[in-house]
Design a protein around this ligand. Structure first.
Ligand code: FAD
Ligand code: EPU
Length: 296
């Protein structure tokens, strides 16, 4: 490791810096950790040799104010770029298989590029502020579509090495890819259907309508998964919890499954609201966010 005032550079050239993670989460909460910005497979393979966490768009995370002891990996450079050139050996008149799309690519920009090309299958994920790797790992989606609608091949990196799988190799489902935690989705190839820019845009606008009732403040999205297909937001609303505050965090008055940061919220504020929801809603609910570090 070479160290200077701006941080360090690892043996394989990854930039390493101690940084506040609040900057990398959509909730705007989280203390410091050592962040590894990796842009090659060599750097990724080096980074996973010590305890690590893989950070995507930080749009599903509540990170403790105390920070994290593990290193945090961020995919950057070529691992955050998308090659959308159709692969002629895999594409047919009815199906486009793209080149490699890095796990660090921001999903919203990718969805806009696909719309302009008139390529369908992923437009249902419009409005999800994730990176491709994080969205694939969660199988993020809406009732209009999910990430696994448009995946051909996934490349997964672990301390044991790199492997390639197809969706058929995984047990995926609602908000679940079947990929074990901390197995890094480094790149994927997309499987898309030729359509037209206009038709894809219409479908995106239709799916986006469902977001009209969601709050616009800093938040990590929905707190709980929908239990048995029932809206968790509706259940929390029926328990009378909309607008409940703990410190500088609040259960959004617009949609009860969203906790928002009113400015300067702490991780303890968010935990207090999650506890209130669990104790007041009469149905067992599974957390959709991740708490870093995990709670006992
Ligand atoms: P992060 O939050 O950074 O991490 C989440 C998990 O993914 C962690 O376990 C992390 O280790 C893992 N991860 C991240 N990158 C990788 C990678 N490259 N390889 C392997 N694992 C990785 N979700 C929905 O499903 N549908 C929605 O409609 C939706 N709407 C949202 C709206 C808003 C305003 C917000 C803030 C969030 C919303 N979310 C929604 C939640 C969130 O965007 C998704 O859960 C998303 O999948 C998180 O991806 P991320 O890249 O931000 O991952
Ligand atoms: N509702 C209430 N009160 C509330 C919230 C919702 O009565 O406080 C009612 C609504 O009026 C509606 C029903 O519950 O009749 C469903 O609500 P909504 O349309 O908002 O959908 P949802 O099931 O609450 C899901 C996803 C969202 C996704 C939207 C739109 C989950 C946990 N949530 O919300 O995903 O954006 O559909 O497709 O699956 C996320 O996962 O982070 C997320 C935001």
């Amino acid at each position: 490791m070479t160290t200077s005032a701006a941080g360090s550079v690892s043996r394989t050239g990854a930039r390493v810096e101690r940084l506040p993670l609040a900057r990398y989460t959509t909730l705007g909460v989280g203390g410091e950790a050592e962040v590894w910005f990796v842009s090659t497979h060599d750097q990724l393979n080096e980074a996973v040799q010590q305890p690590y966490r893989i950070l995507g768009g930080g749009s599903n995370l509540v990170i403790a104010d105390e920070g994290l002891s593990e290193r945090v990996i961020r995919l950057s450079g070529p691992l955050a770029e998308a090659d959308l050139t159709p692969d002629p050996s895999l594409s047919t008149p009815d199906q486009i298989v793209t080149g490699w799309v890095g796990g660090g690519v921001p999903l919203p920009g990718l969805i806009r590029r696909l719309q302009k090309l008139g390529w369908s299958n992923l437009e249902g994920t419009v409005g999800i502020p994730a990176q491709v790797g994080g969205a694939v790992w969660m199988n993020a989606g809406t009732r209009y579509g999910e990430m696994f609608d448009g995946l051909h091949t996934l490349e997964i990196v672990t301390p044991e090495g790199t492997r390639r799988v197809t969706p058929d190799d995984l047990k995926w489902g609602y908000r679940d890819s079947g990929i074990p935690r901390n197995h890094i989705v480094s790149r994927v190839r997309l499987k898309l259907r030729p359509s037209t820019p206009g038709a894809v845009l219409d479908a995106m606008n239709f799916a986006d309508e469902a977001r009209k009732g969601q709050p616009k403040m800093k938040t990590p999205g929905c707190a709980f998964k929908n239990p048995g297909g029932v809206s968790a937001g509706k259940l929390i609303d029926e328990a009378g919890l909309k607008g409940l505050r703990a410190g500088n965090a609040m259960i959004a008055p617009e949609h009860a499954n969203f906790i928002v940061n009113l400015g300067g919220a702490s991780s303890a504020d968010v935990h207090a609201l999650l506890d209130a929801i669990r104790s007041r809603v009469p149905v067992p609910m599974e957390l959709e966010y991740e708490l870093w570090p995990e709670q006992a």
